[in-house]
Design a protein around this ligand. Structure first.
Ligand SMILES: CC(C)(CO)[C@@H](O)C(=O)NCCC(=O)N/C=C\S
Length: 199
């Protein structure tokens, strides 16, 4: 009997922490050999995220969605609207990393690319996790906690940034949570969804 699929939408935005996306994806796919269900993974990237890793680095089994895909896919009435279809397809979404700009857009309801249109149309009954990552000076700006609070009020779950030496040499809070932390959280949610709904 085919293994049950857990459909995971991974969002990547323009923080330097996006360099961790290939490791995050590989860690998730490794679990597929050890568990009773498998992760089916789609990645939705912002244009800025593409500066920090090569989407070609990702395994072929992972589908990549960027803004161009949206415009190629929709031409006429009746064509699929990608940011709606992605939300219907996914069992859960995680945005890792969530940069300061996309955090702000989400908190204000702005939707000017595939990723923010997907979150703007998100079914709030499905888990949406976010992993903020930004320079400490941005993290400490008073607007950041307001935006984070807004997303939490909607029911989205934060995996908080950690204190680390950042790419620019500063040491402080703002580094994306460790990949293991993120993977463990995704697995616990997926286990709960797969095993509890199948009861
Ligand atoms: C990049 C990585 C994962 C290396 O361990 C870590 O430093 C991090 O998450 N940085 C995100 C903070 C950031 O965007 N700084 C931008 C200017 S300092």
């Amino acid at each position: 009997m085919d293994k049950k699929k857990f459909k995971l939408l991974v969002g990547a935005t323009g923080s330097v922490a996006a360099l961790k996306i290939p490791i995050l994806i590989d860690s998730l796919l490794e679990l597929n050999n050890k568990q009773q269900y498998i992760f089916e993974i789609y990645v939705v990237v912002t244009e800025h995220a593409k500066h920090f890793f090569e989407t070609s680095e990702l395994p072929a089994v992972v589908k990549i969605y960027d803004d161009a895909v949206e415009w190629i896919s929709w031409k006429n009435r009746g064509d699929p609207v990608v940011h709606i279809e992605l939300g219907k397809w996914a069992d859960m979404m995680i945005i890792a990393p969530l940069d300061a700009n996309t955090l702000a857009k989400m908190a204000q309801g702005l939707c000017d690319n595939l990723l923010t249109c997907t979150t703007r149309a998100w079914d709030m009954n499905k888990p949406l996790l976010f992993c903020p990552a930004m320079n400490t000076r941005m993290w400490e700006h008073p607007v950041t906690c307001k935006h984070i609070q807004t997303l939490k009020e909607w029911g989205h779950e934060e995996i908080p940034p950690i204190k680390k030496q950042l790419i620019c040499g500063d040491t402080g809070v703002g580094a994306m949570a460790e990949v293991k932390t993120i993977v463990d959280r995704i697995k616990s949610i997926a286990d709960d969804k797969v095993f509890n709904t199948s009861k």
